[in-house]
Design a binder for this molecule. Structure first.
Ligand code: AMP
Ligand code: ZN
Length: 110
């Protein structure tokens, strides 16, 4: 079976994309858990944080450094929450690494 997030990155699968460049894609979560709920993925298929290799460092830095601008562009001017679920123990459902950006309302304290 193919990877749904690889298919979104390639354009084969429809998604509401809010930002993309040569390394990453950001799109709206299809089951939003906050007024603004985005997913940010690397175009490269990496399962999760446990699968990172040393050579992914630059890509990961780019992804992390891009989060604030993506959040601001979606109206999250006073802050946002970032979550990434890793593996079964982390409740990961889609095994293509993604960072949730949540905000736009009152979030529960963690
Ligand atoms: P998790 O792996 O636990 O971080 O959860 C996967 C997230 O991806 C969930 O919040 C889903 O709603 C979201 N999701 C799954 N498939 C799609 C899709 N095709 N388009 C947008 N969001 C998706
Ligand atoms: Zn993938």
């Amino acid at each position: 079976m193919g990877c749904v997030f690889c298919n979104i990155a390639s354009g084969e699968q429809k998604a509401d994309i809010v930002y993309q460049d040569d390394k990453i894609v950001a799109f709206k979560d299809r089951a939003p858990k906050a007024p603004v709920h985005l997913l940010v993925i690397p175009r490269k298929h990496i399962r999760n944080l446990n699968a990172l290799e040393e050579s992914d460092a630059e890509l990961m830095a780019h992804l992390m450094m891009s989060l604030p601008a993506i959040a601001k562009e979606q109206g999250l001017l006073d802050g946002f929450r970032t979550i990434t679920n890793t593996g079964k123990g982390g409740g990961q459902e889609v095994y293509h690494m993604h960072f949730h950006i949540l905000g736009g309302g009152k979030l529960h304290a963690m």
